[in-house]
Write a protein that binds this ligand. Structure first.
Ligand code: S3P
Length: 425
């Protein structure tokens, strides 16, 4: 797919529902008693994988596109699937569902696509095993396919080496079924959508600093879930509005949970003209409309506690830093190496191909800004965030940029290219 320089983006956009929250609403709805109604559910391939897995375990899920209805069977109401469960490209599906499955009264095999079968699963296998789970990597390489044999579980206090919401959530979900309370302590607070939604569904869950504790549950209760727009999808329009000269964009109804809003803080730190309008801050997930105008950006340093709050936005932030005056340093982001692709290596390689001055480091990268970019042939490695990042970066480059496997955006944002094009008219 080909992209060219833009002379400004204008207008309003509403991005699709949040991926993390959509996954959780289906999962928690499936193990709750009663009906869960999900509004603004993300119809991306990852979330559809989650729906398909629970349907295979006997859950009645009606996908009406604008509204998904999940008729849950309760904590012990899943049925043994006839088949292997296919998690597709989705790390969230694989890791969170493992936490639920290891407490069931049946055995199950989980697998996924080529990328998912290379992603590290020891990070959930270790804590779940400590809880008494029987979970093995069938190829012995610490990756899927995973064979999970349901067992009674006990509560633990686990200190995780990585700030990962997927690891934290897998343990907390297993904790619902354990015989005693379960706590997780992480180095920095990762996204807390599981905590917020489990509380909404009636679980007894409390967070204090970087530790979160859940009590064993008798049942969860279905609820209404309003999914806010995904800030990780909004990130491409935030960046496009700031990077492309002569732009002004209003991005409506974006989730701005403080465990996800790092991109807003970094943009402001880089000198962005960015305003939050119509901020809602009731119980649950806060939202805002985000207004951005083209800005003269300057470099910054991004490290430590802010990293988990913008982990999926770092590819776009790195490309944005190429437009900024001075250097941008990204540290403490080694987790990027184990995402859908090795996002440090893939970003550095593709940015260099466009003429950027960027260097890979152990746990991040250093970007020397303001080097003019030119079009190039970009290999997305079938990673949706890489494809979207370069579709936006191409708008600031001379010549033509060609993105390989551009259709991988369907994982998290099926209408992305259409929405981007609308803003250029
Ligand atoms: C997610 C957590 C993050 C993020 C992923 C979605 C989630 O992964 O990168 O896209 O929904 O919990 P980690 O928890 O592994 O950092």
């Amino acid at each position: 797919m080909e992209f060219r320089k833009s002379h400004g983006l204008h207008g309003e956009i509403t991005v699709p529902g949040d991926k993390s929250i959509s996954h959780r609403a289906v999962m928690f709805g499936s193990i709750a008693k009663g009906t869960t109604e999900i509004h603004n559910f993300l119809q991306g391939a990852d979330c559809l994988s989650t729906i398909a897995c629970f349907q295979k375990m006997g859950i009645d899920i009606e996908n009406n596109r604008d509204r998904v209805i999940v008729r849950g069977n309760g904590l012990r109401g899943l049925r043994r699937p006839q088949d292997v469960l296919d998690c597709g490209n989705s790390g969230t599906t694989t890791r969170l569902i493992s936490g639920i499955l290891c407490a069931q009264e049946f055995d199950v095999t989980l697998t996924g696509d080529e990328s998912i079968r290379k992603r590290p699963m020891k990070r959930i296998m270790e804590p779940l095993s400590l809880m008494g789970a029987d979970i093995t990597s069938m190829n012995g390489n610490g990756c899927a396919p995973l064979l999970i044999k349901g067992r009674p579980l006990k509560g633990i206090h686990y200190t995780s080496k990585v700030a990962s919401a997927q690891v934290k959530s897998a343990i907390l979900l297993a904790g619902l079924y354990a015989g005693s309370p379960t706590s997780v302590t992480e180095p920095y607070v990762s996204r807390n959508h599981s905590e917020i939604m489990l509380d909404l569904f009636g679980a007894d869950i409390k967070a204090s600093g970087t530790t979160c504790t859940i009590q064993p549950a008798r049942e969860l209760h279905g609820a209404q879930v309003m999914v806010p727009g995904d800030i990780s999808s909004a990130a491409y329009f935030i960046a496009a509005g700031l990077m492309v000269p002569g732009s002004q964009l209003l991005i409506r109804n974006v989730g701005i949970n403080p465990t996800r809003d790092g991109i807003i803080r970094v943009c402001q730190d880089m000198g962005a003209d960015l305003e939050l309008l119509n901020v809602t801050s009731g119980a649950g997930e806060p939202t805002a409309d985000i207004l951005v105008r083209s800005s003269s950006l300057h470099g910054t340093e991004i490290k430590g506690a802010i990293i988990p709050t913008l982990i999926d936005e770092l590819p776009m932030i790195a490309a944005m830093a190429c437009m900024a005056e001075g250097d941008t340093v990204i540290r403490d982001a080694a987790e990027l190496k184990v995402k859908e692709s090795n996002r440090i290596a893939v970003m550095v390689e593709n940015l260099k191909a466009m003429g950027a001055h960027v260097a890979e480091t152990e746990d991040g990268m250093i970007i020397h800004g303001k080097k003019p970019l030119h079009g190039a042939s970009i290999d997305s490695r079938k990673d949706h965030r890489i494809a979207m990042t370069f579709a936006v970066t191409a708008l600031c480059a001379d010549g033509v940029t060609d993105i390989k496997d551009a259709d991988c955006v369907n994982i998290s944002y099926p209408g992305f290219y259409h929405d981007l094009e609308q803003l250029m008219k």
